[in-house]
Design a protein around this ligand. Sequence first.
Ligand SMILES: Nc1ncnc2c1ncn2[C@@H]1O[C@H](COP(=O)(O)OP(=O)(O)OP(=O)(O)O)[C@@H](O)[C@H]1O
Ligand SMILES: [Mg+2]
Length: 430
Amino acid sequence: MRAPCARATTSECAHVGARRAAVAWRRGRLAGLRGARAEEAARRGDVFRASCSSSTDQVEAVQADEAEVAPQVPKGLRGVRNIVAVASCKGGVGKSTTCVNLAYTLSQSGARVGIFDADLYGPSLPIMVSPEYGKSKLVMDPVTKELQPVEYEGVKLVSFGFTTEGSAMMRGPMASGLVDQMLTTTDWGDLDYLLIDMPPGTGDIHLTVGQSIPITCAVIVTTPHKLAYADVAKGIRMFARLNVPCVGVVENMSYFDGDDGKRYFPFGEGSGERIQSEFAIPHLVQMPIREEVSSGSDEGVPCVVSDPESEIASVLRGLGASVAEEISKLGRRRSRAKYDPNMHEIHVYIARGEEDWDSFEVEPAVVRENDQSAKFIDQLTGKPLDADFNRDIFPLEVLPLGNYAVQISWSDGFNQIATFEQLEAMERIQ
Ligand SMILES: Nc1ncnc2c1ncn2[C@@H]1O[C@H](COP(=O)(O)OP(=O)(O)OP(=O)(O)O)[C@@H](O)[C@H]1O
Ligand SMILES: [Mg+2]
């Protein structure tokens, strides 16, 4: 985990005078607030917050604040270094095929890998990868209540298809709740890569996955068809909104080599290149149509496992190397926010590049009064519904929502989602 950049950032320098005044003002209010927070913390049995309410721990708390930009990810995912979504809005383009084969390629290179099949309505994983019967059902640890993944050839696997339910018939909110539960309550252990096989579309499940875990990057799968372009572009825009970089495009079913020695492009050419250049995606990989890709999936043994020397395995090794390279460039940068109870301010760390962080503080009441949700703003008048809220409120919890926002649980019971973009705007107006 990279520590925040030690040097002062431009935004910090520009606002230092104003910030000092704000800090002095907050310190004045702190004495009054500390009692209330200690009480609340004690009520919640929260030793850290209660102890932070004592002035002797101020220095420690601020140091922890500086050092602790570690993601507050769900417990079972804390040992997972990188999460890669394999996606495309379009159905049937080869997302699952790419995801599974990419996972086994990365595993063959020595990485620790897991696959999460986020497609509840048509889970592909149990068909594409068939662990021995008897080891093919997810088990819940009776003590920790965590799901233990199924394993095949060293890769950890979780899919709704590995439960006794098979595929599901349920409405969107229920399905996304279940995906969230399976993803976050699985004991993934230590993994270098967790690959997520996304379902088609840009619905509830995509947003749930994007909001509940910090996805490192996405690999976009498309086909040369013109029809695929519009859908795939929609998928890339969705990831952009979730602040997830797309690091590679796979143009699947790109060509086949005929017995006559000629290369054929039955679905046209150029779609992958168009996507790559329009959305500035660093890598493009063209996957041929090959019988062994399809038969491998149908027989439950990914083709890179059954024939690691094949042409397709070499194409996928190239994809794996590109993904690993881009991830190492991204580093461990992730924007974060956290509440400092001593200064009564929300510290925000915005990841700017491989080495750079901008950090700034925002007053809790400013964050709250700028909430844009329908719970706080009257959608007809545009005015706050509760303009007289108690300005002494403070966050009980600040949790990351994917890479693009935080969810704040306030001391008065209100829940707010604030994007990093909004927090930056709030810093400018306070
Ligand atoms: N390069 C390829 N050569 C031959 N067959 C392929 C290739 N890629 C995918 N297929 C086959 O195409 C079918 C669809 O692939 P897959 O299930 O991976 O698509 P998907 O995008 O995950 O679909 P869905 O949107 O339903 O989740 C499968 O039968 C698979 O074996
Ligand atoms: Mg699929």
